[in-house]
Design a protein around this ligand. Structure first.
Ligand code: NDP
Length: 370
């Protein structure tokens, strides 16, 4: 009972957690506007327009890490502040995401814009419109909000992990499981920012409207639940045999390769449909769809790679509990659902070309299984 009361008390947002959250978001907005970076044109929208995305996330991340390390060294802040305020930050971010989604709903519904990115799609069902959003690409003071929120969530995941790692270090519980988990996630997040421009052609950016689902998903769900393994390892010591550590590493490398290469192949193909895939001219269907490389193995081999990667993030935690497996289980459900939605979208967009692609590449995600 006492533990439950303490947890509930820790969930009450404090002013310092609100300040921390706003400082973080303020820094990211400032960084997005002023830091140099490649400006990448987004997908062509139905009205022929294209948004432009400044991809300076990697620089923003490294600069923030440098500022935080300096702050901790100068004793202006504690290196474990994020982990120490974990629950307060969770509730503050949740309340903030509720607020943002309501503002997005109100501003979006009253917009008179007819452009593809801002035209409101209002069904009249408040829950539906608030949940899924009404505008495709709303922006604020020149910052594309969807791109910004995804960036905020991915970066926060790494910051939470590093703060938990610092706590582990101070508690003397750093072991091979902690090191592997931390390395795998850090590589994934840094890789995300290294290839941030690839994000401009993904489903979230090109097809999903910005409502509570994405705001909550990016700001709350990604950083606070994807880091569960780190928190779990703080409380549970795992003695990982060397062979299990090596197997986790191998699974990570395989997952990373499939995930990164599949996404890269599609991105390169969209830019130059004649570019070689695996050293050969690409197999193209109807001049529009790539059917070679990973895209000839299954129709969403990138999801397969991501699922293998997600599994590798949990393997260092061993098999004594299902809790560290939350992320791969969640991702499995999400990607199966998303693949169905993407399939419906592509089938409507590409019509008989999509039918031909499905005949040639019958597997949705897992070759010979699904
Ligand atoms: P994709 O990057 O696979 O984008 C799907 C779109 O790609 C389709 O709508 C279509 O759009 C185009 N496309 C599909 N097949 C082909 C083809 N054969 N040739 C050419 N174009 C094709 O999907 P997502 O945005 O969902 O995923 C991107 C990455 O992000 C994935 O690796 C996924 O695993 C990861 N992800 C991770 C999440 C997490 O929580 N960790 C959550 C969601 C995604 P078009 O109209 O442009 O042709």
């Amino acid at each position: 009972m006492e533990v439950e009361a303490a947890t509930l008390a820790a969930l009450v947002p404090s002013w310092s957690s609100v300040l921390l959250l706003f400082s973080y978001l303020g820094y990211l907005a400032f960084a997005a506007l002023v830091l140099p970076g490649k400006v990448v044109p987004g997908a062509v929208l139905p009205d022929g327009s294209r948004l432009r995305y400044p991809c300076n996330g990697l620089l923003a991340l490294f600069l923030l890490l440098a500022l935080m390390v300096t702050g901790a060294y100068m004793e202006w802040m504690s290196i474990t502040v994020i982990a120490d305020k974990g629950l307060e930050l969770l509730s503050s971010t949740f309340i903030f995401s509720l607020f943002v989604s309501l503002v997005l709903y109100a501003a979006g519904s009253s917009s008179r814009s007819q452009s593809s990115s801002l035209k409101p799609h209002v069904t009249g069902n408040f829950i539906h419109d608030w949940w899924f959003g009404v505008q495709l690409n709303p922006h604020f003071m020149g910052v594309d909000l969807k791109f910004f929120l995804i960036r905020a969530g991915m970066m926060a995941w790494l910051l939470i992990n590093l703060s938990v790692l610092a706590k582990s270090y101070l508690a003397g519980t750093v072991n091979i499981s902690v090191i592997l988990y931390q390395i795998f996630c850090a590589v994934y997040v840094i890789d995300y920012f290294y290839y941030e421009e690839f994000m401009t052609s993904t489903w979230d950016i090109i097809a999903e409207r910005l409502g509570f689902m994405l705001v909550f998903g990016d700001l709350v769900f990604v950083p606070f639940t994807f880091s569960i393994q780190g928190w779990w390892l703080l409380k549970n010591e795992v003695e990982l045999p060397k062979v299990a550590a090596a197997a986790s590493f191998l699974v990570f490398v395989i997952g990373y390769r499939v995930f990164r290469e599949a996404n890269k192949q599609k991105y390169v193909f969209k830019k130059n449909p004649k570019a070689d895939i695996w050293g050969k001219p690409p197999k193209v269907i109807g001049g529009k769809l790539l059917a070679s490389g990973y895209w000839g193995i299954s129709r969403h081999c990138n999801y397969l790679g991501d699922l293998i990667l997600a599994f590798s993030f949990s393997l260092p935690c061993g098999a004594s509990s299902v809790i560290p497996y939350f992320y791969p289980i969640y991702l499995f459900i999400l990607l199966i659902w998303r693949e169905r939605r993407d399939e419906a979208r592509c089938s409507q967009k590409y019509k008989e070309v999509w039918v031909e692609y499905c005949k040639l590449v019958p597997w949705r995600i897992f070759p010979y299984v699904y």
